[in-house]
Design a protein around this ligand. Sequence first.
Ligand code: BG6
Length: 278
Amino acid sequence: MITHKKLPNGFEYIEVKNRAAEVKIAMQGAHLFHYARTDEEPLLWLSEVSDFKLGKAIRGGVPICWPWFGFHEERSLPQHGFARISMWEFVCGKEIDEKTSSVTFRLTCNDETLKMWSYRFELKLHVVISDNLTLELKTTNIDDREFEITQALHTYFKVSHISHVSIKGLDKKPYLDALTYKNELQKGDIIFNEEVDRVYQEVDGEIVLRDKNREIHIKNQGSFSVVVWNPWIEKTKRMSAMREDAYIYFLCIESANAFDDVRVLESGDSHTLVATVL
Ligand code: BG6
């Protein structure tokens, strides 16, 4: 079932339920903020104190960072771009079979976006909901000039306890440490016992998030970069819409085109970033 819903404050979202899973996706940002397989715990983390307010990004789920990842050199522009705080259009929903549904959202340039980024574009998010979750983010350049983008599907995964988890699949990959601005090389699996904010490069295989009682597999296409982030104790205190102990219960593995993995699109070209969570 695909239903258009509203929170008591009027914040709109689409709910999709089938026999395999359910999701909730906000009209603002096409921001998926809930995914759970039937009779299982949610896979994604959502802050208990997140605001569902226009103009503010939801804290958790899968924010779409676009058309730039991170801060803009013009500091008055929004961190991680404007897609996550823009109102998208719901294009269509399909019930493919009892266990598979899909929904598509679109954002196109308008007076507001052109003030922040002077290019004409079409951005589409296609989500396939089943035992697995697939997000396909397609950028099309409808301008008559080339443009470049950096972007991320900034997924917040829910974990039982940060000290129980490790990430496999990035061994020997180079990364930019965003805390020191140094280039480093990953040795072995990633574990968390301090703040981590890294842009991994040359990523080509599956990434596995191991928790005490479950494993999540992440496959990316159209991407060679992955951001791994956990704010740890001190940064969490400074973060908006997070409780002080939030860092214990999530980590982000972000399917990205960031740092060296910038994408340049000629007029008429498209690029699709795909993240599949299995
Ligand atoms: C991550 C960045 O992708 O997003 C972090 O690497 C940043 O540096 C985090 O703190 C959250 O950003 P925001 O804008 O959602 O608070």
